[in-house]
Design a protein around this ligand. Sequence first.
Ligand code: GTP
Ligand code: MG
Length: 192
Amino acid sequence: MPFKKADFVTSAPSLDVCPDPYFPEICFAGRSNVGKSSLINALVDHKGLARTSNVPGKTQQMNYYQVNDKLFLVDLPGFGYAQVSKEERERWGRDIRDYLLERSTLRLVLHLVDIRHEPSDLDEEFFYWLGTNRLPFAVVLSKADKLSYNKQKQSEMRLKRILDEMNIEVPIVVSSTKDKKGIGEVKQLITE
Ligand code: GTP
Ligand code: MG
């Protein structure tokens, strides 16, 4: 399915103000600056749709995009962003957890990790939490263009080992919005 028509719908700080759940939805999670907003733009082939930045912390609320009038893509604010207070970070954690646990139409969480970096403690906690709560998810290793093919494979194996240790079996996609690598695979996960 080509993702043809894509429109911004709304920004929601928490579950109670999310749009009515009239479409199935896919959300994009991960540390600040891993490339969540860029991936949404690549999927819908519309560079300026989701705002991106080389400064972490760009996306501050849950931003809803509607695709082909039948799907919501939800850009989540990144976690681990150092420039906000502890209280704000905790509120973020609560709001996002509520959203993930209670949004009835959520079909898939795409968790992004920068392929150059080992998953952080926060990443690992999040994998574990998603697994324990039986939320359907996949991991996207982003910015693959920054590494050689061999190094990409090493990163993928490292991630697989971490997930295996938690008894988690989920798809892993190596992607680059710069070279359009893995974009088709992500689309396929979404349409499935
Ligand atoms: P927050 O909104 O702060 O949570 O960040 P984000 O995860 O939405 O990241 P964003 O999409 O804004 O991208 C962060 C930076 O990484 C930008 O400068 C992007 O251009 C860059 N970037 C994103 N994807 C890729 C990629 O595949 N390759 C390379 N080289 N750079 C990328
Ligand atoms: Mg963003």
